[in-house]
Design a protein around this ligand. Sequence first.
Ligand code: GDP
Length: 434
Amino acid sequence: LPVVAVVGRPNVGKSTLVNRIIGRREAVVEDVPGVTRDRVSYIASWNGRNFTVVDTGGWLPDSRGLAAAIAEQAQLAVELADVVLFVVDATVGITDVDEAVVEILRRAKKPVVLAANKVDDQKAELEAAALWGLGIGEPMPVSALHGRTSGDLLDRILEAMPEEAPRETIGEAPGGPRRVALMGRPNVGKSSLLNKLAGEKRAVVDSVAGTTRDPIDEMIELGGKTWRFIDTAGIRKRHKENQGADFYAILRTQSALERAEVAVILVDASDPLAEQDIRIVNNVIEAGRAVVLAYNKWDLVDEERRFYLDREIERQLVLARWAPRVNISAKTGRHMEKLVPAIETALESWGHRVPTGKLNQFFTDLVSSHPHPIRGGKQPRVLFATQAATRPPRFVLFTSGFLEPGYRRFIERRIREEFGFEGSPISVTMKIRE
Ligand code: GDP
């Protein structure tokens, strides 16, 4: 999906505006310094077009000061975005920081929509007009709080959006190197693994044209093929700088995930599974990417730990029970050779399509051997099934009534048993035919 990144100084109303745009109250405004939100991007739609809104505003300035912080925010937005939504507080007017942001946006040559926020009344209209002075086009007066004219703003955003997203999307570039993201909480060994895999043979490529930042992706040769490792600068950078839960780290991770086809999720096998590990797994599944689970630091796992680890996995990682697992050590190189086959399996599942005939034969058998329980004298049936999409696989069932969740889960389980899909999330939706 095309990406709209929202930029602006603190307190100009970015999160409120994001809420308006996505039509929910999800982008909770956290005014507590250092608070980290897991979610920074949201799917929005307007006039039948879907796009991703990335709120870069969750970051609060640290010792480096406001200007540096905003500059980084803007730079990042520019990297990620197809359209930048620049929010200025019309009641405050143009500040030095706003001007510095404009400089960055100009250099990047990405389309910019200027929102003059807090225009709650007629008087503020004039103040909004003063923002022509930024020299980046017409300020769109909005009141994020009252929802005033946000429709016009959305129209403007859509106009600025490229027809076909020029950035790499998952459907694109068949035959190009497959795109892999290394995921995992800090210190699980992502950069160690990257170094191990890359060895001598690597090429660094810039994935986004016209940016001034570090090169982002690395092409790495493994198992006789070239793979594109997404946003390795993010991995290396995070390593060099703070290891904490930095807002930008989350943002980069999110955008890496968006560009990747498959995520290798690293877990520190020597350490109890953390909530964050599970969130990352969830996130990847929700994003619909193929998954490989890599248990790193296996050199530190002894018998006792192994015992607990198995139980942890059983209990807490059921949601990814279908993901291939490799037990590796980035330090010793243990089982490195198992990584590529696991990635290939996951990618193959991710793109796999079950022919409609085969699928319906399967359902005919399933429905007769395991019919849906009778509810209120009725027995809903699966009439017809089709696989509507791949990458990830999505199944649509046409039914004669509502299938209860338990039965749908059963169906999903049976689909996996029958057709595999190791390493790929799948979804099953139903359409009720009256
Ligand atoms: P990142 O934050 O995920 O990139 O993690 P790093 O690659 O920086 O690794 C964090 C720490 O774990 C470093 O001290 C590494 O040397 C160590 N480490 C990484 N992989 C392994 C491993 O397989 N075994 C052991 N024993 N230590 C590891």
